[in-house]
Design a protein around this ligand. Structure first.
Ligand SMILES: *[C@@H]1O[C@H](CO)[C@@H](O)[C@H](O)[C@H]1NC(C)=O
Ligand SMILES: *[C@@H]1O[C@H](CO)[C@@H](O)[C@H](O)[C@H]1NC(C)=O
Ligand SMILES: *[C@@H]1O[C@H](CO)[C@@H](O)[C@H](O)[C@H]1NC(C)=O
Ligand SMILES: *[C@@H]1O[C@H](CO)[C@@H](O)[C@H](O)[C@H]1NC(C)=O
Length: 176
């Protein structure tokens, strides 16, 4: 299995180097989150527990009680409190060191949808507020995918001035 993976990695790397995209294969981590657990905390618990380096959200379906979200182009967080909400979309990447970039869409009891950037734990603290969490209402069925031959990092991009995604191939060390 290990040998097979290494051969596959080499083939993918050779294919990948001939274009600008990075070609990967992935392993999934499936979990179920419980009432009152914080969505971001639980996602990052999985990535840090397994020391994941290049993760994407494969799917997530569930509900939350309320949610702190940063709306596009705003430098503050908004506490959406007219819950419970259905999680109708959760998309994102989580880089090495459990650095998340996640967007969420939530629908309310009228079927109206709100959404935006789901703040990291550091972003929440930056606003000195006690509770910008996003607690689970009934459940969240979570599948994370780890792109096992890649590493995601987030250096500052001078063009945007933000910490943008940088993808590289993992440097495997061959041992007997
Ligand atoms: C974090 O994840 C690990 C692995 O799934 C699990 O054993 C542990 O209970 C989790 N911790 C919390 C606080 O949920
Ligand atoms: C948060 O508190 C720190 C330390 O008291 C302060 O320096 C900072 O300006 C505060 N940030 C905001 C957004 O209020
Ligand atoms: C957000 O709303 C919830 C539920 O009403 C509340 O418990 C929490 O303290 C609020 N957070 C902030 C920062 O106002
Ligand atoms: C892998 O090695 C190359 C060449 O030394 C380097 O440019 C790249 O940053 C390394 N990748 C990681 C994830 O460390």
């Amino acid at each position: 299995m290990v040998k097979y993976s290494l051969v596959l990695t080499l083939i993918l790397a050779i294919l990948g180097y001939s274009s600008s995209s990075f070609i990967s294969y992935s392993v999934n981590y499936a979990d179920r989150f419980h009432p009152n657990q914080d969505l971001m905390t639980q996602i990052l618990n999985i990535t840090s527990f397994y020391n994941l380096q290049a993760t994407n959200i494969q799917t997530c379906v569930g509900s939350v009680l309320y949610c702190g979200i940063r709306i596009v182009n705003q430098n503050f967080l908004t506490n959406f409190t007219s819950g419970p909400y259905e999680i109708v979309s959760l998309v994102g990447t989580i880089s090495k060191g459990s650095l998340p970039h996640i967007h969420i869409a939530l629908s309310d009891k009228y079927g109206s949808v709100i959404g935006g950037h789901l703040p990291s734990l550091e972003e929440r603290q930056r606003y000195n507020q006690t509770d910008f969490s996003c607690p689970i209402y009934t459940t969240a069925e979570m599948i994370l995918s780890e792109n096992v031959n890649l590493v995601f990092q987030r250096p500052i991009d001078p063009q945007t001035t933000f910490d943008e995604l940088q993808i590289s191939y993992k440097n495997f060390t061959f041992v007997n």
